[in-house]
Design a protein around this ligand. Structure first.
Ligand code: CO
Length: 667
């Protein structure tokens, strides 16, 4: 063969018309869900998926993951987008490739177990709106939490993919709990439940290549359905693990288009296509088509999201994942929470306490929501415990976990911790052993009564049932009952360009002084952008008056300034809370009125008031819950610091409060 022929041959092989492999690896693309969830805090907008949708449909993916996980939460909360509408819109462009969603078992797309009526309605509506494959997992691998959703998936004629959350207690596969027998028995359990495929869900990127080989091989021996590997890149091992899993006979692996790949996301598709080209597991994909899609993403889409990428480090892998076996997103959440509490110096204490708390809470896998539950409790222990008392401030979710509301933990929960957590717990002090949702009363009738006509159909009702506070706010925007705030509106490429232009000038020192002097009064529609350029961080205020943006201010933040919370990479499944903008920074609650002398109940951390349990005039015992504060998605029941009568309540439900704010006064 001459050199020329060789070249011609190569060119032909790029195309999808090369000879078909005996056993092609099937690929699920995750760009439009896990990809942007991992890298861009799930902020991807539907309008930015459309430019590549039809081309991606041509690639030949086994499925495209486009929904579920954190998308439902983020869309209605931060993007003013109806989550249901996304499925229908994308379906108009992606006609051949099946859609996959991540379903958190009985947690659906939220952070707690919902009642059976909500779970059934949710799956039915997702199927009806166009979902084909339900990738279903439970944070505890307690498959009783699948018992409600699976029959509905099956009844709707859809694909039930059962997941095994991959977890470790040792540096590699093995040990008492998470050993190969554990994974094999879980796979058998899933097949027995009717799983159409079994997925090893390695959300933290912990699976080492040779362990991936062994597990896939062992599972392939005991199940007949396809085996699927989902492995995040976080630790840097997943591309190698893919290859070993492919050698062991894995049927399907997950990748992203390269702009959505690596870091805490997944390996890119292109290197895998090339690595397998001409082998018996060749994907058959046309790499030039992939390159074309990437070109569009780079030019038309990525400029809008770049600022969300955590580019504060050179390294694209997270060494802490290898050291602490905790998901990357969980670590960044912990760091954010400590930063908000001005306690970043305690991070090493948190690393030390974490394995202990995890063990005491039943050695649970660390995945949403258990990663947050264990993580936030660890932070609480480090910040609030002293040498005489541990677990001084127990979150509501830890109490629920101890009660059995999430399911059965891998090992029993420490009895002392469990007893303390359940003291005075509203559902009872004796933990349950049944399927958790059995103790949950139907939730839809009450939700319907509460939301009334604002929910026009079941899809609306589910938005409210899943997310009462933000869901109601979204429905008010959707139906024009409340104005849509500027910060949830999309930005255009032109706005991005202008923003970058301003930063460039500021960097060159051409902007800072002059516009400052001439800056007009900042209007209510001013928006603040956090802009990162070459490792420098600017806060830019842009005011759009009469169509063209007017620079309001630009401020270079000191190198030591904390990065805003919106910028760090996404948690695998929970979007970070948005950074409070300077002009919207939560103000401490007003000082109590003069007549309200007494002991103040202050906010131990910044957060949002979920509920106020007591009224002015109520008698309380020391330790009674007065207010429930949500911080980092965990609810903290704030106890009365002393016995007495409630003299003042300074906050209402939904209010944002700063650390130290006086929430109530007891006299
Ligand atoms: Co994932």
């Amino acid at each position: 063969m001459s050199d020329h022929d060789q070249l011609k041959m190569t060119a032909m092989n790029y195309a999808s018309d090369r000879p078909k492999a005996d056993n092609p690896v099937k690929i699920e693309d995750l760009s439009l869900r896990d990809g942007h969830q991992s890298l861009f805090a799930t902020r991807g907008r539907t309008e930015d998926m459309i430019p590549v949708a039809e081309l991606m449909d041509q690639v030949g993916f086994w499925a495209m993951e486009v929904w579920g996980g954190a998308t439902f939460d983020t869309m209605h909360r931060f993007l003013n987008e109806d989550p249901w509408e996304r499925i229908r819109t994308l379906k108009r462009y992606i006609k051949k490739t099946p859609f996959s969603m991540l379903l958190r078992g009985q947690n659906l797309v939220g952070y707690r177990n919902y009642a059976d009526d909500v779970a059934e309605a949710f799956v039915e509506r997702a199927a009806e709106n166009g979902m084909d494959i339900f990738r279903t997992f439970d944070a505890l691998n307690d498959y009783r939490n699948f018992e409600t959703v699976v029959p509905v998936i099956k009844r709707c004629g859809k694909h039930f993919q059962g997941c095994i959350c991959y977890s470790l207690t040792e540096p590699r596969l093995g040990g008492e709990v998470y050993n190969i027998d554990y994974y094999v028995s879980k796979a058998k359990e899933l097949q027995a439940m009717g799983a159409d495929s079994v997925c090893i869900k390695d959300m933290a990127g912990l699976i080492a290549p040779y362990d991936a080989y062994d597990i896939v091989k062992a599972i392939k021996e005991v199940v007949t359905v396809p085996v699927h590997l989902h492995s995040h890149f976080t630790s840097g091992m997943s591309a190698m693990s893919h290859l070993k899993a492919i050698e062991a006979g894995v049927d399907i692996v997950d990748t992203c288009m390269s702009p959505y790949a690596y870091r805490t996301s997944h390996p890119a598709i292109e290197p895998l296509v090339m690595a397998l080209l001409g082998t018996n597991r060749d994907t058959g994909f046309d790499i030039r088509l992939l390159a074309r899609i990437n070109g569009i993403l780079e030019k038309q889409v990525m400029p809008k999201y770049r600022h969300l990428l955590d580019d504060t480090k050179m390294s694209i892998i997270d060494i802490n994942v290898l050291l602490h076996q905790t998901p990357g997103g969980m670590l960044s959440n912990l760091v954010n929470q400590l930063r908000e509490m001005d306690a970043l110096d305690k991070i090493d204490d948190v690393y030390r306490e974490l394995p202990r708390v995890r063990k005491e809470l039943g050695q649970v896998p660390l995945v949403t929501p258990t990663s947050q539950i264990v993580g936030i409790q660890t932070v609480n222990n480090v910040l609030f415990d002293d040498e005489n008392e541990r677990y001084k401030m127990i979150t509501a979710q830890v109490k629920d976990l101890c009660y059995g509301l999430y399911g059965k933990t891998a090992i029993p929960i420490d009895p002392e911790v469990q007893k303390k957590a359940l003291k005075g717990y509203a559902r009872g002090e004796e933990p349950i052993t049944c399927r958790p949702a059995e103790v949950l009363a139907p939730e839809l009738p009450k939700a319907k009564e509460e939301i009334g006509d604002l929910a026009v159909d079941t899809d609306d009702l589910l938005i409210y049932a899943l997310y009462p506070v933000t869901g109601k706010r979204f429905l008010s925007w959707k139906y024009g009952k409340e104005p849509v705030p500027e910060e949830v509106r999309p930005v255009t490429l032109e706005q991005v360009r202008q923003r970058q232009e301003l930063v460039k000038k500021a960097l060159a020192g051409e902007l800072v002084e002059k516009p400052k002097k001439e800056a007009p009064e900042k209007s209510d529609s001013a928006r603040t952008f956090n802009v990162f350029v070459d490792g420098e961080y600017f806060e830019v205020g842009v005011d759009e008056v009469g169509g063209s943006p007017v620079l309001n201010y630009i401020q270079q933040m000191p190198a030591s300034a904390p990065m805003p919370a919106a910028a760090p990479k996404a948690a695998p499944a929970a979007p970070a809370a948005p950074a409070p903008k300077p002009e919207e920074a939560p103000k401490p609650a007003p000082a109590p009125a003069a007549e309200a002398d007494g002991t103040p109940l202050t906010a131990p951390m910044p957060g949002m008031i979920v509920s106020v349990a007591k009224n002015v005039g109520d008698a309380v015992e020391k330790g009674d819950t007065v207010i429930v504060l949500e911080a980092m998605k965990m609810e903290n029941a704030l106890p009365a610091p002393t016995s007495g009568t409630i003299k003042a309540i300074n906050v209402t439900q939904g209010a944002s409060v700063a650390k130290g704010a006086v929430l109530a006064v007891i006299g």
